[in-house]
Design a protein around this ligand. Structure first.
Ligand code: ADP
Length: 459
């Protein structure tokens, strides 16, 4: 069942229940009011008859009967009977009445003073009347024709009103639900037309205040994020293929030149050696690209495990030392805590050592002595790792941009080779661990990359 039908049905059901309750309440109150009013009239009728017969000397039974039968308004099927203390009928407003009451009932009237009851549709009142002549029981009964007819009319009016009300409610509910859902239907059409090719499209945000407008605004923000991510991915692919093509082109032209004429064994050896170096660099580049792509995927399915930061640092140092035996590492353990717990963070040790290796590699390759100073400090629920060098430094206006994939600062030309993907990867890994990177650097004076990692899981 769609929402439109559901809303219409619910709306109609609510209105129908209210109408029903309202009609029942009106009917019940009117019925009780009618019977109360009728009993009052019967009671006063009984009192008047008794008073006239028993108190007023001039009125005898025959006269009273004439008065009773001709008084206006006489009630339909009205009968007033008066019984003496022996339960003998003393007076009846109707000649030769067949009506009689059981003695227990008359006794009850004497006991209680007044009783109201019904026999079939005929309302009855029993009253005790005392005067100088003794105690009498006055029984008055009549049929409330007018009251009952009015009640019947009221029931008919309420039933017709109920049916008409429901008849109006269903189409009104449908229109109401359609109007309420119209912005959603419009939004649905707009969403259906958005695909990978037109991610720049946005939904109509309406008045920007109600719930549907807020849904549209949130959806638009999601589209913006998707568009940005999509563009970044496209530019990453473009940059990556450019980075991959350049070394391949260099290697190809090297081979072409070498093959263009006969070479000596030494020349062939030199070319092969150069190709070997280029292949190593190429392998490193593809590894870096793979890691960067992997870090994007890891972002979504990252599982935290307790891992030792100092061990990740040693692994990184060992690997880098194997690749570059000329690099120097100066580890400062002065502030290192004894407690193993203080060095353990929730994370992925392998990814952390990839990041640390990049920081160390940069520090060494951009400094003339190829030296990196590393210190590990534990303070206030987090770990700080400092990677310092006395190298070429980073210009102030480039310090933000160096985390963008493939960006390299202007002052590295001719100093060291690279592809500008290491820091982008480092930043992703650190953020994944809920950490942050701070950079202090001045051109010509060196750089310090400070990595701060929380000891508790960021989730
Ligand atoms: P790559 O090292 O391959 O160039 P990275 O992403 O690791 O790529 O670094 C991006 C840029 O940041 C570098 O090209 C360099 O300009 C700058 N950089 C990073 N670390 C240092 C450092 N320790 N000293 C000077 N410049 C640095």
């Amino acid at each position: 069942m769609n929402i439109l039908t559901k809303l219409t049905l619910r709306f109609s059901a609510i209105v129908a229940s209210i109408l029903t309750l309202f009609s029942i309440a009106i009917f019940v109150f009117s019925a009780s009011f009618r019977s109360g009013e009728f009993y009052d009239r019967l009671e006063s009728r009984a009192m008047t008859t008794a008073r006239l017969l028993l108190t007023v000397q001039e009125v005898d039974k025959a006269l009273l009967r004439i008065i009773d039968q001709n008084s206006i308004p006489a009630l339909p099927e009205e009968q007033v009977l008066i019984f003496d203390k022996n339960n003998e009928l003393d007076y009846s407003s109707v000649e030769s009445t067949k009506k009689s009451y059981p003695p227990e009932l008359l006794e009850r009237v004497r006991r209680e003073g007044k009783i109201l009851f019904k026999i079939g549709d005929i309302e009855q009142v029993g009253l005790m009347y005392r005067d100088a002549e003794g105690e009498f029981v006055v029984m008055a009964s009549a049929y409330d024709r007018f009251g009952r007819r009015k009640l019947k009319n009221l029931r008919m009016i309420l039933l017709i009103g109920w049916l008409v009300g429901i008849g109006i409610t269903v189409p009104a509910g449908l229109v109401f639900a359609k109007q309420g859902l119209a912005p959603l239907a419009k939004m649905n059409n707009q969403v259906a037309n958005i695909n990978a090719g037109n991610l720049d499209r946005r939904l109509d945000e309406g008045n920007r205040t109600d719930e549907i407008a807020r849904l549209a605004m949130n959806f638009n923000q999601m589209l913006l994020r998707l568009e940005t991510a999509f563009e970044m991915q496209q530019s990453f692919v473009a940059n990556a293929s450019h980075e991959l093509r350049t070394p391949l082109a260099v290697m190809r032209s090297q081979l072409q030149v070498t093959l263009s004429k006969e070479r000596t064994a030494g020349e062939y050896r030199a070319t092969l050696q150069s190709l070997l170096d280029d292949t190593d660099a190429f392998a490193r580049l593809t590894t870096g690209l793979l890691q960067l792509a992997q870090s994007n995927v890891e972002n979504q399915r990252f599982r935290f495990k307790p891992c030792r930061v100092d061990e990740a640092l040693f692994t990184a140092q060992e690997e880098l030392a194997k690749l570059h035996p000329n690099y120097h590492f100066q580890m400062d353990y002065a502030a290192l805590p004894d407690d193993e717990e203080a060095l353990t963070i929730p994370g992925n040790e392998q990814m952390l050592s990839i990041a640390f290796l990049n920081f160390m590699d940069n520090a060494c390759k951009f400094s003339p002595e190829h030296t990196v100073q590393i210190s590990l400090i534990s303070s206030q629920g987090r770990l700080e790792i400092h990677f310092s060098d006395n190298g070429i430094g980073i210009p102030l206006d480039e310090q933000e941009k160096i985390y963008n994939a493939f960006h390299r600062a202007a002052n590295v030309q001719g100093v060291a080779k690279g592809h500008g993907i290491g820091l982008s990867l480092c930043q992703k890994i650190v953020h994944l661990h809920g950490g942050e990177i701070q950079l202090k650097s001045a051109p010509g004076k060196g750089s310090v990359f400070i990595v701060r990692l929380p000891l508790q899981s960021p989730n």
